[in-house]
Design a protein around this ligand. Structure first.
Ligand code: SF4
Ligand code: SF4
Length: 382
């Protein structure tokens, strides 16, 4: 049986949070079961972009600080960080308040620009991954994902947060190489398998910040902050994500990345084989997250493997001019260059090239990118 600790936790207050985390960790024998004295620890944040903490897009600074202070009781050899999609990490950390915590706790921020190659010998699509060396050259990783919905992948949690091993804009290229959601799910699992392999003689612990999560059009400025009052802890990221989707009453059949990971043996995603410790799911019966609009089930995802039907069946990005500040971030990240911009003008979309990866919406600082209505043919088929 895999184990997930589920702890009710209602606010971002440092000492209160440390007590709650300690309570959750006690089900695994405490942090000392994962970290030895003087071990080098990497704390992996969710720092997708420069957004204020209250937007619930990034790991909350007080949540991170509580984890840091507990780790520092065992070792001070800690590095921390992430690889944001488009912006510089320092800029991003300053915007959401994490930088102040890192300075206060005297930690070293990782340099994501030095790379190493990790390998998945049982890959389905990609075997080799160039990842940030600092994220691998440690004894222990503590992964701090946020509990969020996701326009492309339905939800994002422990497993998807490790996509941040890939540096900055290099992530965007993946959406071209694996341009439909199911292929993308396989590729993310190829990476996850490579990370598990790189860490096979080390330890990984996932601690999810689900106190305030994101519902609707997550994982960025399109989502709506929503109180879920939960901390989830597990050494198995697949199990943790499985419990998380149940917690917020979303549809596990649409959680395709996690389901692929479970089927490939990277963790346990059968709820009946997961022991939930601490609070139980029934304690969260009032927590209901809105799913991303028009999310697809397995049949829909399979149909999307046929590229030609995408334009006929799927909604596309629409730029809301009243919100857009013409910053060009959406253009910068757009993997197939379907979005273009001229100086002083709004971005323009060439729908025929758009692969519906929703990276543009993920990096838009103003939530100016919306989904169009789904075409009638898409409504009928899906
Ligand atoms: S326009 Fe947006 S959704 Fe379409 S391919 Fe570019 S980034 Fe992806
Ligand atoms: S849509 Fe968003 S990301 Fe694109 S230019 Fe406008 S504000 Fe910037």
């Amino acid at each position: 049986m895999s184990k997930v600790a589920l702890i009710k936790c209602e606010e971002y207050r440092l000492e209160y949070l440390k007590n709650k985390l300690t309570e959750g960790l006690s089900f695994f024998g405490g942090l000392k079961s994962f970290i030895k004295k003087d071990d080098r620890v990497f704390i992996k944040l969710n720092c997708v972009g420069p957004f204020e903490a209250e937007k619930a897009i990034t790991t909350h600074p007080i949540f991170a600080q509580a984890v840091i202070q507990l780790v520092k009781e065992i070792t001070t050899n800690i590095v921390i960080g992430d690889n944001p999609a488009t912006k510089d990490l320092l800029f991003t950390l300053k915007k959401n308040g994490l930088y102040d915590v890192i300075v206060e706790e005297n930690l070293k921020i990782i340099n994501g620009r030095e790379f190493t190659t990790i390998t998945n010998s049982k890959c389905r699509i990609y075997s080799d991954f160039q990842v940030s060396k600092a994220m691998v050259d440690v004894d222990v990783m503590i992964n701090l994902p946020k509990l969020k919905t996701h326009s492309l992948t339905y939800m994002t949690g422990a497993e998807k947060n490790l996509f941040g091993f890939i540096f900055g804009l290099n992530k965007a290229g993946w959406h071209v190489k694996a341009s439909n959601p199911l292929e993308f799910g396989e590729a993310i699992n190829d990476l996850y398998g490579a990370i598990l392999d790189a860490y096979k003689d080390k330890k990984i612990l996932h601690i999810m910040d689900g106190i305030v999560g994101l519902e609707g059009e997550g994982p960025s400025s399109g989502g709506i902050p929503k109180q879920a009052n939960a901390i989830l802890i597990s050494p198995d990221g697949i199990s943790l994500d499985r419990v998380a989707v149940e917690l917020v009453h979303l549809d596990v059949n649409k959680l395709f990345i996690n389901n692929i990971g479970g089927a490939r043996g990277y963790g346990e995603n059968n709820l009946e084989k997961i022991t939930i410790l601490g609070n139980q799911l029934a304690d969260f019966q009032d927590v209901h997250f809105l799913p991303p609009k028009n999310s697809l089930g397995n049949l829909g995802l399979k149909i999307l493997r046929i590229k030609a039907v995408r334009n006929l069946l799927l909604e596309h990005p629409v730029i809301k001019h009243s919100e857009c500040i013409k910053c060009g971030e959406c253009v910068k990240i757009c993997p197939p260059k379907a979005m273009t911009i001229k100086p002083g003008q709004f971005p323009k979309l060439d729908k025929s090239h758009c692969i519906r990866c929703w990276c543009c919406s993920e990096v838009c600082p103003k939530n100016a990118i919306k989904k169009s209505k789904r075409p009638i043919a898409g409504k009928i088929i899906f």
